[in-house]
Design a binder for this molecule. Sequence first.
Ligand code: NAP
Length: 324
Amino acid sequence: MSTKLICIVGVTGNQGGSVAQRFLADPTYRVRGITRDPSSAAAQKLASQGVEVVAGNLDDVASLIPLLRGANLIFSVTNYWEPFFRPDARAKAQELGVDCRRYAYDVELQQGKNIVDAAAATVDSLADNGFVASTLSHAGKCSKGAFKELYHFDSKADVFPYYVEEKYPELAKKMSYVQTGYFTSSYKLAPEAYLGKQPDGSFQMSFPTSATKPIPHLAVNEDTGNFVYAVSQMPPGKHYLAAGAICSWSEFMRVWGEVTKQVAVFKQVSIDDFIALQQDRWFGVEAGDMFAYSSEPGYDGGDESLLKAEDIRKVMHVMDERDG
Ligand SMILES: NC(=O)c1ccc[n+]([C@@H]2O[C@H](COP(=O)([O-])OP(=O)(O)OC[C@H]3O[C@@H](n4cnc5c(N)ncnc54)[C@H](OP(=O)(O)O)[C@@H]3O)[C@@H](O)[C@H]2O)c1
């Protein structure tokens, strides 16, 4: 019987869609998903699967409050790249005299705060571990100021956890934070840098990351839901890294070459060389900083206390043993 309500922000996207599929498979949950456009193909498909699809906009906190009301569990994700790439957002950034990286930071930051403000209005209905937020490490803080403009990391971390902790201590007690690894599907965003075809027919990955630094990789559509579902059963107040594999980019390319039977190598390049491979220069600057940050202090900010899948498995195992 469906007794618990999960509300999913970003339900029509990669992360939120994966979370929806996992919770639909648990009959003790009702799944509600927020979208700007309930008539879109993605929203209609979810509705046909049993998701209660509701209209709301992350830019408008008043629209979110009634949609989150009564939730036992919330999952949220915000999307830096839409206000980064959209032509009208680029025009708006220009009008305001800020670059598009900073503009998208401001939009994502405000959307995150709006989600939190709306969640705080229903804090009493939330379970003890009742809000799982997708986020990333804080590049400015973790690099001790070396990366002051890794906007799509800090726009998430400035809210999850810092805004929540500062503004809503009661909500903070019910939160879990999931940092998501590099999506294995992200090669589509930067095909030349991920899998650049060389004149001899081989493939070269060209990033400004150390060839040996361990990197978290996530099959976002397949694994986010399972990870978040497991996190929701853990005690609150913890920080996680969602990754199906943690290996260097050179190891990643070795495996890719083996599986596809292609000659494939990884080469560490300068940020400028990485930018030159991108169609959109600003994307090159933002992503170039991310790949450099992934070397030092690391994609996870060098935080070794982040819990991973194996830590959850250990706890689950103890619970299974205890429950017979
Ligand atoms: N690519 C990577 O390797 C990687 C790795 C780690 C983290 N990330 C982060 O992942 C995030 C994107 O996650 P994703 O891939 O799951 O997103 P996605 O597939 O692009 O989906 C975005 C979701 O957000 C919703 N949304 C966007 N703006 C909205 C608004 N104003 N009001 C209501 N809903 C809104 C969209 O809903 P509707 O369009 O239906 O309204 C959609 O469900 C980015 O911030 C990125 O930095 C990416």
